[in-house]
Design a protein around this ligand. Sequence first.
Ligand code: GLN
Length: 293
Amino acid sequence: MIRAEKGKPSSGSRIIDWLKWGEERLSCLPEASARESRDLLGEILEDPLAPWTRDREVLPDELSACYASWVERRRQREPFHLITGSVPFLEERFAVAPGTLIPRPETESLVENVLRILDSRSPERILDLGCGSGILGISLLKKFPKAHCLAVDRSVVPLEVSRKNALALGVLSRIHFVQGDWIEMLRLDQGFDLIVSNPPYIASGDLSGLDPEILFYEPREALDGGPDGLVFYRRLMAVLPGLLSTGGVAAVEIGSCQGDFFRSDAGFVSGCGAPLVFPDILGLDRIVLWKKG
Ligand code: GLN
């Protein structure tokens, strides 16, 4: 005889009963577990308010089975957005998959700062280095309808996910994907008007201290920035003058403790000068921006 799991609602139970169960199952997670049990249900019902406004309704069996499996996956520390398969970023929703970094809200401030610096100028040629799920390049193509983007990543999965997102968001004809080692593969006379990147920037020695959601589920190659976390930036800065067109802008995301490196002489790039450092929504150093000429 199959025994019902203790406390698990039976077939025909109401949303409110499933929520109570989900909250209990996720209570072992740090913080915000109650909210995530609700958000998972909102995703399943494709209605974020349903956990509040429809909680007396019965949850159909096929949806409750899905909810139960999502709650158990979250309990195993799988990230929320890998379970649901997508993430909102600025005005759009992007697919994510195992093998891509999950977009973070603070990365939105990269696009916002780029738009502010460019003012009303429109870049024609954009380079997205380490494109991941494509959030930066694709968001910028949506903002600049005449622009084209070269999106580069070392790994195949991010390029496949980016392609899917570019298709879904209507910019596939304006984005070109290249698999390779970011900077080395690029000729130095490309004349890009805008270069964007959210590179790996966590010091290798700090990786083991990351939350399990990141450590076990997100790609190490998108996180590991070498011994001091700054390896990618040094490589980029060395080739930046050759990659940018005159008046071109490069904007990168950084770790919140890395701002002073860029404010020091180390941030100076010949032909581009000293960079600007901008905060994210929490007021932490997050975006570094150079302008050529
Ligand atoms: N912001 C990410 C984190 O804190 C790191 C992303 C990156 O290395 N580019 O986990």
